[in-house]
Every structure is written in C-alpha cells, then in structure tokens.
Design a protein around this ligand. Sequence first.
Ligand code: ZN
Length: 179
Amino acid sequence: MSAISDLARAYHFAAVRHLSQKRKGKAGEPYINHLTEVADLVATATGGCDVDVVIAAVLHDVLEDTPTTCEELVEGFGARVAGMVLEVSDDKALPKAERKRLQIEHAPHLTPGAKIIKLADKTANLRSLKKSPPADWDAARIADYVVWALAVAEGLRGTNPALEDLLAKAAAAMVTPSA
Ligand code: ZN
C-alpha cells in the first residue's frame, strides 16, 4: 500500500470512528474538522516529510474518544503510528486533573513525532477556544486552559519552531480582544 492510500484510509477511518461527535464549541463543529486541522498543521510544519506522523495526527483522538483499540491501529496502520497515537492519548481511567498534570509531566519525554502532534493539537484547541468557546466556559476557565496549554508546550520546546510559533500566537490571541 502506498503512503497516499494509507493517509486516505486514515481519514476515512477517523471520520467513521468520530461520526456524530461534535466539538465542544458553541458552533458545534463536526469532530473531524479538528482532526483535519491538526493533520494540516503537522503536515505543513514538517513539510509533509513523514507520512506516519500525519497519519497519527489524523488518528490522534481515536483511542481517547472512540472505542478503537491500540491493536486495531497496529493492524491497520502499523506499530509506529499506533505508538504515537498512544503517546498523545490520556488514560481515561484517571481523574481529569491527574490527566492534565500528567500531560505536563510527560511532554518532554514524548518521541519527536508525538511532540509535533501535541503542539498541533494544543494550537488547534486554542484557536477553537478563540473562535467558538464552549457556551458553559467562563473567562476564568478559558484562562486556565491557556495557562495549562502553555505549560504543556513548555515541555515541547525545541521540537518545531514554526509550530511553536503558531501555538504562541494562538495563545496570545486569547488575551487580545476579538476583531
Ligand atoms: Zn485533539
């Protein structure tokens, strides 16, 4: 199978698995839009030089947010892709605060591909928060998210300057008034 067919298969797999899921924002965007944005950020920031990282970006939320298993990912997309997705997935058995703490703790120890996906994910989430904040999030909760996302990003420094710059800009945009 060629890299292009693997990538096309990953998009379709993600679209089917996340079918009917929506983003938390008040606009209720289809979940797949988050995945296409993260994959686009990853592909652009890396010049598309490593298709496995782009495929893992497309699939980065299937373990956390759908019943997909790691074995399925290994079988369908190989151990490297599955490994990166696993690296960027929280352990849902843990309480939310602990999961957030562990993301900060684990960030510096991720593989380079997983670090790039993590940066792109946080960038996309910050942009969404600006464009379409969840209806039940007040300013304090949004500010907490920005602080936490920056703390995770701190552990990802030196991974990809272009992406780190985009994340910093997305975070800065949160504290300036909307145009
Ligand atoms: Zn995500």
